[in-house]
Write a protein that binds this ligand. Structure first.
Ligand code: PLP
Length: 393
């Protein structure tokens, strides 16, 4: 099927088990797919926009209710939708960071957090992860003290990724937030790999903001995400416009400058809303996801030479694996070189491993059924055996 001239219909998730680390949690639900078709037109959600003319007040479709539900679900006080987690970081950084201000990041922070800081003129200071690739409350306190010595003041903001993109490790956000509060440093919880995947409670962790990515972890179309705030911070980041035109004397009511007035529209918003009940439900069953992940990990680790570079046992379904002493050995003499692994996986109905990667790579089993997890595990072991690698057990 073609969607237009030269545009083949994408069928990756229809034809394969997809273990791409960034795609697994964003796969659309059937309801989101229907929403994509029904709300494809640009301003489709604006049919019933009434005073005070802001998107998050629209009652039909139930956008206002969705905002309240998401805030409650994250145990925060206010929510706005944003075009990707990165735009949430940007809104917060733009509110708190001025030129030359130190901002706390970590040695595992995502690049979009750095760019948000850069755009506001801030200076990045990273909390180093320890040997286990974990960011700790103690390291946070040490870094804040170091920043105070360097700048004569504490950082103006901290970005902490609950689960980082490099290892899929889970960091002690509650402990880190406690330290940040002692120094009055507002903290942004980056939930790109958690919001929509596992239960997230902003107040329990003591964070000022929760950011989620719709297309990474909430089964929503891109670009989408959420920015949630506490009541105290809501007034600051979601402040309303004060600008007045000098000729027309126009004012712009309750539009919010950081949100550029109205937030997500059409496909992105209604897709995220349509998936939301499914997403809420699935976060309650993360233990099942971990059990399926373990099936695949056990199989991979039974292949001699394979190492898990992420914390172990796993607390998340996205994992970094080292196959230098296993699959990569085969690549040295295989006629397809490093591409043999991806090609052998595809023959077994599996996709999502970077083509050519046989040294260090990441995968995510989120959303697989037990049967699919067993198939994945078997597939890795069979490919290893077919290529002369030793398998334990
Ligand atoms: C840890 C982390 N934070 C933030 C982002 C950015 O998310 P988004 O694409 O929703 O802006 C990503 C993904 O690219 C990520 O892995």
């Amino acid at each position: 099927m073609r969607c237009g001239q030269g545009i083949e219909a994408r069928q990756v998730d229809e034809l394969f088990i997809n273990i791409d680390p960034i795609q697994a949690g964003g796969r659309l639900t059937a309801d989101a797919m229907k929403a994509v078709v029904a709300y494809g037109d640009g301003y489709s959600v604006c049919d019933n926009c009434r005073k005070p003319n802001r998107l998050d007040y629209i009652a039909k479709p139930p956008i206002a209710e969705f905002h309240k539900d998401v805030a409650k679900w994250l145990n925060m006080d206010a929510v706005r939708t944003v075009p990707g987690a990165r735009r949430g970081f940007q809104a917060v950084a733009h509110t708190y960071v001025n030129k030359g201000d130190p901002v706390l990041l970590t040695s595992l922070s995502h690049y979009t957090e750095f760019l948000a800081v850069e755009e506001s003129g801030g200076v990045a200071r990273e909390i180093p992860a320890n040997d286990q690739k974990l960011v700790t409350p103690d390291a946070t306190a040490e870094k804040i003290e170091a920043v105070k010595r360097e700048f004569g003041r504490a950082p103006v903001l901290a970005f902490i990724d609950h689960v980082d993109y490099q290892y899929g490790n889970m960091h002690d956000v509650a402990g880190i937030a406690k330290v940040c509060r002692q120094y009055d440093v507002p903290i942004v919880y980056n939930g790109a790999y958690t919001v929509g995947i596992l239960p997230v409670d902003g107040k329990a962790m003591g964070v000022d903001f929760v950011v989620g990515s719709g297309h990474k972890s909430m089964a929503a179309p891109a670009p989408s995400g959420v920015l949630a705030a506490t009541a105290e911070r809501e007034k600051e980041v979601f402040r309303t416009t004060a600008i007045i035109g000098d000729v027309t004397n126009r004012k712009f009511g309750i539009k919010e400058p950081e949100m550029m007035g109205c937030t997500l529209m059409g496909v992105t918003l209604v897709g995220m809303m349509a998936s939301f009940p499914h997403v809420k439900e699935r976060t309650k069953h993360f233990d099942k996801e971990l059990a399926n992940h373990k099936i695949v990990m056990d199989a991979l680790l039974s292949i001699e030479g394979t190492k898990c570079l992420s914390e172990f046992p796993r607390k998340h379904t996205m994992t970094r694996i080292d196959t230098i002493a296993s699959f990569d050995k085969v690549a040295e003499s295989h006629k397809k070189r490093g591409y043999y692994l991806q090609s052998a996986l595809e023959e077994k109905g599996i996709t999502g491993v970077i083509p050519g990667a046989t040294k260090v790579w990441k995968f995510n089993t989120y959303g697989t059924t037990r049967k699919q997890a067993e198939h994945l595990g078997r597939a890795f072991v069979e490919i290893a055996r077919e290529n002369g690698l030793a398998v334990k057990g």
